[in-house]
Design a protein around this ligand. Structure first.
Ligand code: SAM
Length: 400
């Protein structure tokens, strides 16, 4: 069922009055009323649960953003253990209302003065129940859903938050990225490493967003003993980060200016690299492997190198520039994980955050187990299949 929202808006003017009398008696009435509310940016919350048919998403939530947000609403759901949040305008809320309400046994719509429950059976029949309740504040409390709260002082120091501890509009995506990165690290750490003192390196740390975020979370929230070193080529950002670490009394957080190629790691429990450019990711992985780091977390970016090694191929998929580029990216990352496995790591690749927050949203996660897989045949075959001549950068580093 799709209801035109312009019709709904007209229809809803009278329905708004009806809600006060609790006379909204059909799903169509409710959808119409909802359209009025969302078009005037009123606070609402909708929860769909209990899918009618087998679905990968068990529950969807639409909630109201804080007034300063670019879009008034957000849609949150968990799919295959990954959490997604999509920003919405009113029109998109109504579209979700019409589609998802048909797919779930229960839909709950909360407005500031009422709560509606739509119960749907497998035959497609629905029943609407109305409760007179008061929901004073349906705005999602943003501070509750992030491991690094907007009040963390480093966020202001790095220019991601305002003086009132609100995450700046232009910094929202980076803020989400570092939160997800830190969340994944936290959920990957084995119990024996949660108590232990950890030595962590951030290769290509840039302005230190993730470096500070991880330090803040592990040392302040998890009270874990850690030392963190961020390394980058740019002297100005390194000076700024060191000054901020001193100001915040982050005694075990330091930044060094230099080329990661020349960084010698004496002891490293965890190596992280967020968007280290092109072969800088290979250097990071190599240094992690060399130092037998227990954990390597790397989100690669700008995969240029392998593409230059791909010679002319008859494969139709490699005839188109953009597809060749994407194939080269996939090939690079899969070769990297195969090599990590050869060196005793359990490695996987996944989307660490929705592509809405960054197009560079893949993460290579490697946990040292000591179990070495012989992937040499697979590596040779893959390279042949894509016409790769010569050694991929990490392959060259590992070959010595
Ligand atoms: C895209 S930025 C990412 C910065 C940071 N990790 C983040 O995500 O906010 C890549 C950073 O890697 C640094 N970088 C690239 N090659 C490097 C190298 N060989 N040694 C040290 N830093 C390097 C660059 O200077 C740049 O700051």
């Amino acid at each position: 069922m799709y209801i035109s929202t312009s019709k709904i808006t007209q229809y809803s003017i009278t329905k708004h009055i009806l809600e006060k009398k609790f006379n909204i008696s059909t799903l169509e009435d409710l959808t119409a009323h909802l359209a009025t509310l969302v078009h005037s940016r009123q606070q609402i919350k909708i929860i769909w649960s209990n899918p009618l048919l087998k679905q990968v998403v068990r529950k969807h939530e639409v909630y109201t953003n804080e007034p300063k947000a670019k879009r008034p609403y957000a849609h949150h759901y968990i799919e295959n253990n990954q959490s997604f949040t999509v920003q919405l305008d009113g029109e998109q809320v109504i579209q979700l209302m019409t589609t998802l309400t048909e797919e779930y046994k229960q839909t709950v719509v909360k407005t500031t003065i009422a709560e509606y429950q739509v119960l749907r059976n497998k035959k497609g029949k629905s029943k609407l129940l109305t409760k007179h309740v008061s929901h004073q504040d349906l705005i999602k409390d943003q501070s509750k859903q992030y491991l690094i709260p907007p009040t963390a002082p480093f966020l202001k120091g790095l220019g991601l938050a305002t003086t009132n501890h609100l995450i700046k509009a232009e910094a929202q995506k980076k803020y989400r990225q570092i939160n997800k990165f830190v969340e994944i690290i936290g959920s990957t750490l084995r119990p024996e490493h949660r108590q232990k003192s950890l030595s962590i390196y951030d290769f290509g740390c840039g302005k230190g967003y993730l470096t500070f975020g991880l330090y803040h979370h592990l040392s302040q929230a998890s009270k874990q003993e850690i030392s963190v070193v961020g390394i980058d080529l740019k002297p100005a950002v390194i000076d700024h980060c060191n000054q901020l670490a001193t100001d915040l009394n982050f005694t075990q957080l330091t930044f060094e200016q230099g080329d990661i190629t020349n960084t010698a790691l004496t002891s490293c429990d965890m190596l992280i690299a967020l968007h280290a450019c092109d072969i800088a990711t290979d250097i990071a992985l190599y240094k992690g492997i060399q130092s037998k780091a227990s954990y390597i977390f790397s989100s690669p970016c700008c995969h240029k190198e392998v593409r230059t090694l791909m010679k002319k191929s008859d494969s139709p998929i490699l005839r188109h520039g953009i597809l060749k580029e994407r194939q080269a990216e996939m090939l690079t990352d899969v070769l990297r994980t195969l090599m990590l496995e050869q060196h005793g790591y359990k490695a996987d690749i996944f989307e660490f955050i929705s592509s809405e927050h960054t197009a560079k949203n893949l993460m290579i996660r490697a946990v040292y187990t000591g179990h070495k897989k012989d992937n040499s045949k697979e590596i040779i075959e893959l390279k042949q299949q894509y016409g790769v001549e010569g050694q991929q950068y990490l392959e060259g580093l590992l070959a010595g």
